[in-house]
Design a protein around this ligand. Sequence first.
Ligand code: HEM
Length: 180
Amino acid sequence: MYDPAPTHPYPDGTSPDQAPAPHPLLAPVLGLLGTWRGRGQGGYPTLDGDFTYGQEVVLSHDGRPFLRFEARAWLLDADGAPLRPSARESGWWRLQPEGRVEALITQPTGIAEIAVGTADGNTVDLSTDQVALTPTAKEVKATRRRYALTDDGTLTFTHDLEAVGMPLQHHLSARLRREA
Ligand code: HEM
């Protein structure tokens, strides 16, 4: 028989001041908690031209030593109006002692990444450890993602990509601000 449950009793926190209390291992990423939104530019040698895009990134936690990571992007036309949905990613950033990070990130384009790196309070720098691809996914060999908090409260994002026979190089960069 179906036994109804109440709403989830442990909602995620998106701010260090809000319940639940962050796990101590999250200290190097506390400044990144929340919902971030902004615009970016992208390109790759195999693409016809560069593009501009909007992006939203959500980082939250439930009191345990990992972050939930969600990123959604949409392409913009020359006037800044939305053109179509673009890349989506979701995953988990597992914090280890000394700011080491182990991340699991998946995309609906058939790419699953394990990335490792560091967080130091202002920046998170993640590089590919392993990539798994579904049978029809594009060939992605490696990525490097950097999130850096600047003094004026901007979160800059850069993403390098080694894919479809090209060496690791710039694919995306964006400037995000925390949702008011
Ligand atoms: C903000 C996030 C992202 C945006 C806005 C974005 C945008 C784009 C665009 C516009 C294209 C051209 C094809 C198309 O129109 O869909 C593309 C291609 C591609 N992107 Fe991204 N992308 C993002 C994230 C990623 C990530 C995280 C990866 C890999 C881990 C990735 C890997 C690729 C690959 C492999 C291609 C195909 C290149 C080719 O076949 O020539 N992208 N991206």
